[in-house]
Design a protein around this ligand. Structure first.
Ligand SMILES: C[S@@+](CC[C@H](N)C(=O)[O-])C[C@H]1O[C@@H](n2cnc3c(N)ncnc32)[C@H](O)[C@@H]1O
Length: 361
């Protein structure tokens, strides 16, 4: 697995990594729109994927991921469509249509729930959404086929190495596929989500496969203090209103030396991305650090693993002050504003070169 770890990596590689992360963060294409259908496009040429993606795709953990998606000996595709068609009482063809066009349906659901009208509307959206079941199931299918980054496979591979125990919480668990993957690999895994509709669908899927899901509905239940050794929050922080408050909650839910794997999925502002509430990766990083999370390593899909440390004492205060200086202080912001045009130019150059290489190869 490709992990960029400060202890094992030469300085030049570290600088190059930091530079490209900065370039990446300054301009990221919108990842919205109609989903592709793997049945209608050529198979993925894995040589065009990053090393960590290739390694994850060839790993036993990916084989386990395939298995947890399948039901009754059917293919992943058939199983995904059958889960959706059975639960939502529709046909597999209609389920496929809703998977591909989930985003437009989601925009409609957001408007109907009053998502733009504040916290009540946002919560109402998560308590009623159906379209995200379609999106997240199709996303898992795309991941299994190599069309999307296998974030949960990468996360479990990292945590098997770094977590102090095998008690896992998937925060923002969606349709439950990450919990299934951890459970299949011998972890004691719990799902937690604000969305009752997604939790219901995830329970249905797991029970259908003979599993016994443990789930926490975050609307009215709290996380047990020190209850977990590892937490994943994949593509979730973008949707919580206050990242620091959430980080403190996750910090309390981890036991000593517990590890959090998370990312911040930033999208360009548009009607199709209104549920993405944040656009400042550095502020999010600072919010995590001041809650008591120290970065351990970065991995694919822009995810970072953090170790829980006690959020007190002079060393911790120094760490928070340095983080503030480097991430969100006014001088840091001025420097970021000044270098933004250069980074944007580098990003476009890199994309042009990559496009050229793909056409050549
Ligand atoms: C984009 S989905 C990602 C789901 C899953 N982690 C995955 O990788 O497939 C975001 C998830 O965050 C959940 N969510 C939204 N707001 C939340 C909140 N305030 N607290 C916890 N989960 C939340 C959503 O219901 C959804 O399941």
């Amino acid at each position: 697995m490709l992990l960029t770890n400060a202890r094992s990596r030469p300085l030049l590689k570290a600088i190059r990594h930091k530079l490209w992360s900065a370039v990446q963060n300054v301009e990221r294409p919108a990842e919205s729109g109609v989903h592709i259908d793997p049945a209608e496009v050529p198979p993925v040429d894995m040589s065009t994927r990053s090393r960590w993606h290739r390694e994850a795709a060839a790993s036993p953990e990916m084989a386990a991921f395939h298995e947890v998606l399948r039901v009754d000996g059917r293919s992943v595709r058939e199983s995904v469509l059958d889960d959706l068609a059975t639960f939502y009482e529709t046909t597999p063809e209609e389920a496929r249509r809703r998977c591909l066009h989930w985003e437009q349906i989601s925009v409609q659901e957001w408007a109907e729930a009053g998502g733009d009208e504040g916290d009540r509307g946002r919560v109402e959206f998560y308590r009623t959404t159906r379209s995200w079941s379609y999106d997240l199931m199709w996303w898992a299918y795309l991941q299994s086929e190599g069309h999307a980054d296998p974030s949960n496979v990468v996360a479990v591979r990292f945590l098997q190495e770094w977590a102090p125990g095998r008690r896992h919480l998937d925060f923002g668990s969606g349709v439950g596929v990450t919990t299934q993957l951890f459970a299949a690999l011998g972890w004691d895994s719990t799902m937690a989500d604000l969305s009752s509709t997604l939790l219901d669908f995830a329970r249905f899927r797991i029970e259908r496969r003979g599993g016994h899901p443990t789930a926490i509905d975050l609307l009215d239940q709290t996380l047990p203090a020190g209850g977990y050794d590892a937490i994943t929050a994949i593509d979730t922080l973008a949707h919580v209103p206050d990242i620091n408050e959430t980080a403190r909650t996750l910090h309390a839910a981890l036991g000593p030396d517990g590890v959090l794997v998370t990312n911040l999925d930033i999208r360009e502002a548009a009607p199709e991305t209104v549920w993405h509430l944040h656009d400042d990766a550095k502020r999010a990083e600072y919010d995590l650090r001041r809650a008591g999370f120290v970065p351990l390593a970065t991995m694919g899909y822009d995810m970072t693993g953090y170790r829980k440390v006690p959020a007190s004492g002079p060393r911790f205060r120094l760490f928070v002050f340095t983080s503030w200086l480097l991430l969100v202080s006014p001088p840091r912001r001025w420097a970021a504003a000044a270098t933004r045009p250069l980074l944007r130019g580098l990003y476009r150059l890199r994309e042009r070169l990559r496009g050229g290489r793909r056409q050549d190869g």
